[in-house]
Design a protein around this ligand. Structure first.
Ligand code: GAP
Length: 437
């Protein structure tokens, strides 16, 4: 069985150290979450897989890492100060606030009270730069990483001499003062985005849009998401963001229902044009073929690292019966699994077995994320590693130290065991991990 409820997932995440509620000892802070020892590895693997496929293995895409705080004019010119809003209603009785488009019966969903007229609420977090808290020192926490790319368009173009089509990618934190965050890490006020702006010749934008929808859909499948849990959803014209000509969302069937993992948008030349006008700088590209200066169009695949990590977790979750006992196993793709191998001594009271196991673990750790655990019986240790998706359990036993210097390697998914010489373990695992390189 491979479905999991949200409660089961949240419990597993806390119990095994994937995700904790932020500031929990103080009662938590609404919809903010901290990644624990396994969660930080999981999210890092998600980001690394994205970077490898979107930047490192492509000649046409480069990366940047722009600051979260940007000149306040960026957000005026981009349209976010005016348009990055959600409709908000207040309940006149209980004073709670809701997104107007979440309300079904035009009364307060909490107490049935009368609601105010909807007004636009800007979702950007504001703060002050420097010691004086006045209007002149207002800055925003970026609500998308994309603007850091647009304002660096000229810098990247001059530094890299890229020709169209080319992309600039970035991974980083974004902040939105969401009216109704929720569903665990799905909608939070602080989150991490993985965005890429792909600059193309005007007129080729629709073809590139299709290309990127396809590429990005296949990316999730490549890393193990089952296609039956993915779908593409084109936006209706009323739903389109203020900068977009067309957008298609890649949605995942989360335990709470279908939700957006990533949006691919055709942002046209909107942003570069606005920043050209706003800054007075020439943000055009010189096209050698036509000898003309043009403003490129932009196709933007914009993904969320937290949502992708949550989808990989939910999709990996499997429960099965093994010898009449429940086995919970996270069947992560090998590149996504937080721990690749665990070295387990069969007897923890035998110093020679423990020493051999620790030595092997430390040797593997130099190149493969490897855990060492001797805190329970072998059966329980296997179950613990299955539950966090560790790909291989390596057991050191009496035979290892007394007879053959071989260990048992158990495969997470098939539970098959092979016996191989200790000296061959690193090459054996590396071979399997690098099978697609
Ligand atoms: N630059 C375009 C842009 O930001 P978006 O659809 O608003 O587009 C892109 O955001 C992705 O960022 C989403 O598909 C989602 O994965 C993630 N994201 C957006 N808001 C989020 C939130 N409040 N919490 C977690 N992830 C979020």
């Amino acid at each position: 069985m491979s479905t999991v409820s949200m409660d089961e997932l949240v419990n597993l995440c806390k119990r095994r150290g994937f995700i904790f509620q932020s500031s929990e000892i103080y009662g938590g802070l609404g919809s903010t979450w901290d990644y624990g020892p396994l969660g930080v590895e999981l999210k890092r693997n998600v980001k690394e897989a994205w970077w490898r496929d979107m930047v490192a293995t492509r000649d046409d895409i480069v990366g940047i890492d722009a600051a979260i705080l940007m000149h306040p004019k960026v957000w005026e010119v981009s349209g976010h100060v005016q348009n990055f809003t959600d409709p908000l209603v207040d309940c006149k009785s209980c004073k709670q606030r809701f997104r107007a488009d979440d309300i079904k019966d035009s009364v307060c969903p909490e107490c049935g009270g009368e609601l105010t007229e909807a007004r636009q609420f800007n979702c950007m977090f504001k703060t002050f730069m420097g010691p004086v808290e006045d209007d002149a020192s207002i800055v925003y926490l970026r609500p998308e990483t994309a603007q850091g790319i647009f304002v660096n368009f000229l810098n990247v173009l001059q530094a890299t001499r890229k020709k169209l089509p080319f992309g600039v990618a970035q991974i980083g934190k974004s902040f939105r003062n969401e009216i109704t965050p929720g569903n665990f890490t799905f909608r939070t006020r602080e989150f991490e985005q993985m965005e890429m702006e792909y600059f193309v010749m005007p007129g080729t934008d629709e073809q590139w849009f299709k290309y990127w929808v396809n590429e990005r859909y296949n990316w999730y499948v490549k890393y193990g998401i089952r296609p039956e849990n993915l779908r593409l959803r084109p936006h209706s014209s009323e739903e389109l963001s203020f900068y977009s000509k067309s957008t298609t969302d890649i949605e995942y069937k989360f335990p709470f229902g279908w939700g957006e993992l990533e949006g691919i948008a055709n942002r046209t030349n909107y942003d570069l044009k606005r920043h050209s006008e706003g800054s007075g700088k020439d943000l055009t590209y010189f096209d050698e073929a036509t000898k003309q200066h043009i403003i490129p169009y932009v196709i933007e695949p914009a993904a969320g690292a937290d949502r992708a990590a949550l989808a990989f977790l939910a999709d990996a979750y499997h429960e099965e019966k093994v010898r009449n006992e429940k086995r919970v196993v996270l069947r992560f793709h090998k590149d996504i699994a937080p721990i690749k191998a665990a070295v387990l001594p069969l007897l923890r009271n035998r110093p020679d077995i423990v020493e051999t196991a620790k030595k092997l673990a430390h040797d593997l750790q130099k190149c493969i994320p490897t855990a060492y655990d001797d805190t329970a019986s072998i059966g329980r240790l296997y179950r613990r590693q299955d539950e966090v998706g560790t790909l291989w359990c390596i057991t050191v036993d009496v035979q290892t130290v007394e007879e053959d210097h071989q260990v048992t390697v158990r495969d997470r998914d098939t539970m098959e065991q092979v016996r191989i010489p200790i000296e061959g373990v690193k090459a054996y695992l590396r071979d399997k991990l690098e099978s697609e390189c």
